[in-house]
Design a protein around this ligand. Sequence first.
Ligand code: NAD
Length: 258
Amino acid sequence: MTTTARHEGKTALVTGGSRGIGRAIGRRLAREGALVAIHYGHDRAAAERTVKEIEADGGRAFAVHAELGVDGDAATLWSAFDRALADQDAEAGLDILVNNAGITVPRRIADVTEADYDRVFAINTKAPFFIIQRGLDRLRDGGRIVNISSVATRVAYPAIVSYTMTKAALDYLTLALAEELGPRGITVNAVAPGYTETEINPTLEIPEIRRRYSEASVFGRLGDPVDIADVVSFVASDDARWVTGQWIDASGGAHLGP
Ligand code: NAD
């Protein structure tokens, strides 16, 4: 029996792909044959390291720069992507778009400033919206959009209220777009991690917080970025062609509640 890598011949873009969950997604998609654009904001060295890791695994990748959360970010991202693809001598177009880049505002409502609020919405909600909008002519029919949401849109986490709102908006973007893009065979889904061991969670170094976050999952451990990447790879594959408009839990059951 012959097997084919399931993303062979596909081109993917992972925003915030230089580290954490995005890095794991980029590595996984590349391992299964995709040519992967690793988008980054300011950490060029980390993006280049991820590209090198992918190449060392036998995959193909390149880095694309655009600071999100500033005016015109989506246009900057797509022109950088187009240029980089041309440099790679790769065919123009995209099959898999993963909106992964995000930030959090770990504050209760009383402490959230207007600047915090605007920034978290600009990066987590507005950027994916316009990246999708501006990318629609590049995204091939039959393509995949995967938005990285959060289990926080199903379980109340009071200390990240503005962050949760940005992800809830992303969930509804996912639902509405799945309907709009269906006639083109494009699926749109959200994958929702729970507490995952990445730099977005610096307080994991505190043993008590680490224990509490681990216990949020029914499996009693933190998520590993690879746990999320495996789900994204499935959702981005042909195996998931009949799945669209879904919010897919990847939190180890943290959505089940205490
Ligand atoms: P992370 O901080 O390691 O990664 C976030 C990525 O987004 C980084 O590559 C960062 O450079 C990029 N980014 C942030 N602001 C940017 C900007 N202005 N311009 C360009 N790029 C920018 O954290 P992570 O956990 O890997 O987060 C990935 C996604 O997963 C995020 O959307 C996050 O909300 C979501 N998520 C994470 C967890 C968790 O516990 N780690 C839980 C639920 C959801």
